[in-house]
Design a protein around this ligand. Sequence first.
Ligand code: NAD
Length: 491
Amino acid sequence: MAQELKKYWKNYIDSQWVDSLSGDSIVVENPATAQPLAEVARATEKDVDMAVAAARRCFNSRELYNMRPTNRGVLMFEIARHITEMADEIGLAECLDNGKTLTGGKNEALAAARYFTYYAGLADKLEGRMIPLGADYIDYTIPSPFGVSAQIVPWNFPLQIAARSVACALATANTVVLKSPELSPLSTYFIAEACDRAGVPKGAVNIICGYGHDCGASLVSHSDVDHIVFTGSLKTGQSILRAAAERVLPCIMELGGKSAGVVFDDADVDQVINSSASGIFSNAGQVCSAQSRLIVPTRLRDEIVEKLAARANSLSVGPGIDGNDITPVISGAQAEKIEGMCQAAIQSGAEAVSGGHKSKDLAGHFIEPTIFSGVTKDMAIANEEVFGPVLSVLTYDDVEEAISLANGTDYGLCAGVYTKDLAMAHWAADQLIAGQIFVNEWFAGGIETPFGGTKRSGYGREKGQEALQNYVQTKNVGIRITSGGGGRPGG
Ligand code: NAD
């Protein structure tokens, strides 16, 4: 494995690695040490113009679109192969600029490769329909690409999230300008490298890094962008939607969450503890689909809270490179924000049975694994996304109340239920308002299963076959094949 990452990273525009036009760069920090790690070329409006122009030229050339879809798939299998070959190096980048363990970082690379193989296999299976209109006509639909897809990615799983959106775009013959997250951009450049090695048409995939307020904002309001894929916070999503409204652009919005697991009386408590620990402590809780609330029957509360606290206290906190359980959060500002939310929760009456603070003995940005008991539905900690290793436990006395608590936030990304009773599981899955429901295992699902939000968690679906539908628009072709006719509007 390469032991060191390069110190300076360029943007990838029109199949060239380029400096930013201004010559400016962004310093990327290692969150485990709070020390500078690398610099990346800082894209601003003019760099965005260049990237969008390259994507436009490529789209207009129809090189991707005219290709037999199965050959687009072959190209994407090649991208996957190159990502897999670079998995160790990518793992190191994810470890050092994002905070993950080396294994976690390498798994990101393998998952990214899987997105390309999954959608490579679907590239030649997206079909139109023949619609019968009688003997005088042939009518059919074409699933058409939108054009230039602007994609904005957050810092928590930059590579996987970039891969899922770029792969769908390529499978459907859209071209891409992807803005990587300024806090942890490094792994996304490997997608560009893999595209380069695989021989993706010039300008089909462009990857740039810049700040959200200038680079991101210029990209989503660019007059030559046709489609937006945004994964990130609600607030940024709302501002992008306002920009998109000007040009009536189609958007996929993958936003935040405050997802709840509901424990029924008959649940296997050890399963609840294992699933909840993974649901809230993976990636230091910086997961949009984290199980950040657990809703338990009053009679099981003490047992569950005690076991959760014991689990939290058994976890090691420290740098990902040493294989710790709780790795750093992305920045000092994020750590401050999380600690502030924990302190506010305590002031409003919640009890921190474990954690509640930043780790004082470590140089980087670490939050102790935190369990809050005694949380009630009116508290901010029960409603606002923390995006850290912080679980709120609420109690209920009847199942209708439990469902109402679970559905009681502005978000609706995921929800879960713990029960041995399959009839109850089906009932709860129907009642819970969320894009995906987990039964007895948080995160049950995968690349093959559609993922996305309801309510303020957004709309559109990524992952699974459903995602491709968000990357195409239906064009209908009606042909009069006999003489005569004359048609009538709406007829
Ligand atoms: P963020 O909204 O702050 O930033 C996301 C991206 O948007 C970054 O690349 C940022 O530079 C860019 N950005 C910021 N302002 C912008 C603007 N005005 N115009 C265009 N782009 C702009 O989010 P974050 O803090 O990076 O990520 C955490 C959030 O992402 C959480 O809310 C989390 O739940 C959400 N998330 C959702 C999913 C999902 O699939 N639903 C997955 C991961 C993260």
